[in-house]
Design a protein around this ligand. Structure first.
Ligand code: ASP
Length: 349
C-alpha cells in the first residue's frame, strides 16, 4: 500500500491545531504532475532530474508567494501556469492529442470558503486553461463551460489565445499515432503549424504509455487567511474520442475544496467521475475520518476495487497528504518551517 503522510510538526500536535505558528507562516501547498507506472530505472538520470527540478521550482514558486501573503487563488493559478507552460506535463503546451489529432484541454478550480467553482472542457486555443476556469468562477454566472462557448468567453475575458499547434509536442504526437494505430483508426494529418517531424525514441514512447500518458497537473494551496483553493489542468487521455471529457474539469471528481479540505486528482478519469473521488475524500474527512482513513477508503479500497488507477493530493487541517495506487506520482509539498518535499516513486516520502 502506497500512502504517504507528510510529517506534522510537534508544535502543531502539541497545540492540537493546524499550523499553530505565527499568522504569516500559516500556509501550505501540495501539487502533483500526474500518476502512473513510473518506476525506478524507467527514466534516464537527466529526465528524472528535469522532472524533479520542475516540481521543485513549482512548489517553491507557490510557497514563496504564500509566504509573501498571496491569496491561495493567485497561487494555484500561477503555479499551474508554469506547469501548463512546461511541455513535460500533460497540460497546456505538451498536452496529449485526441484521436483526431488535436489538443482539447480541460481545467477546473474551486475555492473552499464559499465553494465557488469554475471549470472548462474541450478548449483548443486558450494558453492557460486554469485562467479560463478562474474567469468562469469570477466573471460568469455559470460553473462549467465547454468548447466553442468556453473559447468565446475566453476571448471576451481577454485571455491569451493561441493556435492549437502551440500545444504540439513531438512525443505526444508520436504517442497518439501509436495508440490510434493500435485502435485500428486512421492516423490524423499532422496539424498545420506543427514543427517538422523529428524521430522519437521508442523507449520514450514506452515510458509515456506506462505513465498512462498521465501528467495532468494539480495544486492545492491554503493561504494565511485559511482559504483553501484546489485547481487541476489536463489534456485528458491519449487518443480520446468523441469529445471525451475526464474528471479534471468535473467539480467533485477531479477537483474539490471546502473550508477544511482541498483535493486535486489524477488518473483514469472514467473511474474518478463515477466514484466522485475528490468530493468524497472531503466528505469523509469532514465526517470525522482522519485524512489517512479517508484516503485509504477512497483510493486504496474503492478506486482499486473498481479497477481504477491514479492518485490525489490533498490539504486537510493537519497539512498536505497524498495517496496513489500506481507505482509513482510526480508530486511535491511545502509547509513553513520544513524543507520542500519533491517525490516521484512510491518508495519515497
Ligand atoms: N484524469 C485525467 C483524465 O482522465 C487524466 C490524468 O490525470 O492523467 O482526463
Amino acid at each position: 500500500m502506497r500512502r504517504l503522510l507528510m510529517s506534522v510538526c510537534a508544535v502543531v500536535l502539541a497545540n492540537g491545531a493546524a499550523f499553530a505558528q505565527d499568522e504569516s507562516e500559516d500556509w501550505a501547498i501540495v501539487l502533483h504532475g500526474g500518476a502512473g507506472v513510473i518506476e525506478r530505472g524507467d527514466m534516464d538520470a537527466a529526465t528524472e532530474a528535469a522532472y524533479r527540478e520542475a516540481l521543485d521550482a513549482a512548489i517553491r514558486l507557490g510557497g514563496d508567494m504564500l509566504a509573501d501573503g498571496a491569496s491561495a487563488m493567485d497561487v494555484v493559478e500561477a503555479v499551474i501556469h508554469t506547469l501548463e507552460d512546461d511541455p513535460k506535463f500533460n497540460a497546456g503546451r505538451g498536452a496529449v492529442f485526441t484521436s483526431g489529432g488535436r489538443n482539447e484541454l480541460d481545467s477546473s478550480i474551486m475555492r473552499g470558503s464559499d465553494m465557488q467553482a469554475g471549470a472548462v472542457a474541450g478548449v483548443t486555443n486558450v494558453r492557460h486553461p486554469i485562467s479560463l476556469a478562474r474567469a468562469v468562477l469570477e466573471h460568469s454566472p455559470h460553473v462549467m463551460l465547454q468548447s466553442e462557448g468556453a473559447e468565446q468567453f475566453a476571448a471576451d475575458q481577454d485571455l491569451e489565445l493561441v493556435d492549437n499547434s502551440y500545444f504540439f509536442t513531438e512525443r505526444r504526437w508520436a504517442s497518439m499515432v501509436r495508440a490510434v494505430r493500435r485502435m485500428g483508426l486512421p492516423i490524423p494529418p499532422r496539424p498545420e503549424g506543427a514543427p517538422e517531424a523529428e524521430p522519437i525514441e521508442e523507449g520514450a514512447l514506452d515510458l509515456m504509455e506506462r505513465e498512462h500518458a498521465f501528467g495532468t497537473v494539480g495544486v492545492v494551496a491554503r493561504d494565511a487567511s485559511g482559504e483553501i483553493v484546489a485547481g487541476t489542468s489536463t489534456g485528458g487521455t491519449t487518443a480520446k474520442r468523441w469529445g471525451r471529457v475526464g474528471d479534471s474539469p468535473i467539480i467533485g471528481a477531479g477537483t474539490y475544496a471546502t473550508s477544511q479540505c482541498g483535493v486535486s486528482a489524477t488518473g483514469t478519469g472514467e473511474y474518478f467521475i463515477r466514484l466522485n473521488i475528490a468530493a468524497r475524500i472531503c466528505t469523509y474527512i469532514e465526517g470525522g475520518d482522519t485524512p489517512d482513513a479517508a484516503l485509504d477508503a477512497v483510493i486504496m479500497d474503492e478506486l482499486t476495487d473498481m479497477g481504477g488507477d491514479g492518485g490525489v493530493v490533498i490539504l486537510a487541517n493537519d497539512g498536505p497528504h497524498w495517496s496513489f495506487n500506481t507505482p509513482g506520482m510526480y508530486r511535491a509539498s511545502w509547509t513553513p518551517g520544513e524543507a520542500p518535499v519533491v517525490s516521484i516513486y512510491g518508495d519515497e516520502e
